[in-house]
Design a protein around this ligand. Structure first.
Ligand SMILES: NC(=O)C1=CN([C@@H]2O[C@H](COP(=O)(O)OP(=O)(O)OC[C@H]3O[C@@H](n4cnc5c(N)ncnc54)[C@H](OP(=O)(O)O)[C@@H]3O)[C@@H](O)[C@H]2O)C=CC1
Ligand SMILES: O=C(O)CCC(=O)C(=O)O
Length: 453
């Protein structure tokens, strides 16, 4: 059999095995098939490494363990409430389990397994000793009082604290989990275990947090995009950019794009998007930060304040831009959105969110030969800076803003370089291939060295 048809049949049989084991898990299946399309042929092309016999990819898709637990709490009216909490510990070959917690009504096992799986490759790319995990709950912090969020976090941590620790599993934030939630979670961990350790990252500065961690995912994505754009001899200076979301990642993506001379014309939340052709400058971004981080309001208020247009229930991808930075949630760019971006002259997509593009959308981007960077490479700056927070906690030191930013910049440059090294053919870079192979190799080698565990 020719090598390519051998690889095709290996891929088909791997995906048949995988889907039979994970029925009804569409997000997890999507994330695994994207990786398998690259990694199965790579394994087949390198029989000398022994990865097929050692079933490395099969083992990577089977979490080490999954915790699922009841989270009972009381609302402000004195009514009992029950949510479901999770922690997926998927792989610790290169370091303690590491990855965020998501509080959102759509959280389920498929979503968390996809996020944990992506985290394996992302964390490997950071160059730091970080294994992979993800967790969360189907709890919606929106519309809840601070007291309700605190009671929920305390109940969630009362169970979670049995399974995490500074050298075993170090969670952080994700959608719906920011500085407020991390504070309540850390307080409850310390109260129950009596340990003041860096068991969570994304902590506030007064109790062991790192400078630049809040900024790191957005800044990191922009640093990565700068590398990719320079690699094709272009620049961000003067570029028109579209950003989705208005949470942590979106806010600091906008801040850094402004600093580098680009103009951001969109921002969104789950109720719709705002188009501001004048650009979201520093003052307007400060309004978004106060709106979202303090008043916890809806993005429509931005349109009312600055006379921009608000498009209820819609996504921003029909607006013409040079570069797009999806920074809200999974599958927010489908085939139609991808077509609109391409037709309007978009030259690059840099994923701030995890898996924001559907499989079909990625196919269109790759066919159109624009720059397409998967989140596991481009949004790795957040977890990388969490790794730097862990290092500072171990040393009992706090590095300056400049020191952390320099390390983040170097890490993003290094990740870009690895993508170029593993993803280049005929002068162009396939960032999906580069990120998946580079991320896989390090973990696979560690697993081979550690035997059948
Ligand atoms: N925080 C981090 O360090 C990292 C985050 N990421 C990823 O970045 C993305 C954003 O995370 P983050 O900024 O931290 O989260 P936040 O909770 O701070 O913000 C999330 C933003 O996305 C919007 N959003 C969420 N769900 C949907 C939806 N179904 N449809 C439309 N909009 C939606 C929210 O709107 P609304 O308020 O209306 O719900 C909000 O504007 C996620 O995919 C996350 O996994 C990746 C790496 C690290
Ligand atoms: O900082 C972390 O540990 C996790 C960040 C995260 O959840 C992610 O990279 O998706």
């Amino acid at each position: 059999m020719a090598a390519s048809s051998q690889a095709d049949s290996a891929l088909a049989s791997f995906m048949e095995w995988f889907t039979a084991r994970n029925p009804g898990e569409p997000e997890f299946t999507q994330a695994v098939s994207e990786v398998a399309e690259v990694v199965v042929p790579y394994i087949a092309a390198h029989p000398e490494k022994g990865y097929a016999e050692a079933k490395i990819l099969e083992r990577l898709t089977e979490p080490d363990r999954v915790f699922m637990f009841r989270v009972p709490w009381m609302d402000d009216q004195g009514v009992f409430q029950v949510n479901r909490g999770y922690r997926v510990q998927i792989n610790n070959a290169i370091g303690p389990y590491k990855g965020g917690l998501r509080f959102h009504p759509t959280v389920n096992l498929s979503v968390l397994k996809f996020l944990a799986f992506e985290q394996i490759f992302k964390n490997s790319l950071t160059t730091l000793p970080l294994g992979a995990g993800k967790g969360g709950a189907d709890f919606d912090p929106k519309g809840k009082s601070d007291a309700e969020v605190m009671r929920f976090c305390q109940s969630f941590m009362t169970e979670l604290c049995k399974h995490i620790g500074f050298v075993t599993d170090v969670p952080a934030g994700d959608i719906g989990v920011g500085a407020r939630e991390i504070g309540y979670l850390f307080g409850q961990y310390k109260r129950i275990r009596g340990h003041f350790t860096g068991v969570l990252t994304g902590k506030s500065l007064q109790y062991g947090g790192s400078l630049i961690r809040p900024e790191a995912t957005g800044y990191g994505n922009v640093y990565f995009s700068r590398e990719a754009i320079q690699h094709v001899d272009r620049s961000l200076e003067g570029a028109v950019c579209s950003v989705s979301g208005s949470g942590n990642v979106a806010q600091y993506t906008i801040e850094k794009l402004n600093e580098l001379g680009a103009k951001v014309v969109t921002v969104s939340d789950s109720s719709g998007f705002v188009h501001d052709p004048e650009g979201i400058d520093k003052a307007r971004l400060a309004f978004i930060m106060a709106l979202k981080n303090e008043r916890r309001g809806r993005i429509k208020e931005y349109a009312d304040e600055f006379g921009a247009s608000f498009h209820e229930g819609q996504k921003p991808w029909g607006i013409a831009c040079d570069y797009a930075y999806p920074s809200a949630t999974q599958n927010e760019i489908d085939e139609d959105d991808a077509r609109a971006l391409i037709e309007n002259g978009c030259k690059g997509i840099f994923e701030g969110a995890n898996m924001p593009c559907t499989h079909a959308a990625i196919g269109l981007f790759q066919g159109a030969e624009l720059l397409y960077a998967p989140g596991k490479a481009s949004n790795a700056g957040g977890v990388a800076t969490s790794g730097l927070e862990m290092s500072q906690n171990k040393l009992g030191l706090q590095w300056t803003r400049e020191e952390v930013d320099q390390k983040l910049t170097a890490i993003m440059r290094d990740i870009h370089q690895k993508c170029v090294e593993h993803g280049s053919t005929d002068g162009s870079v396939d960032y999906v291939k580069g990120a998946n192979i580079a991320g896989f190799e390090k973990v696979a080698q560690a697993m081979m060295s550690q035997g059948l565990v």
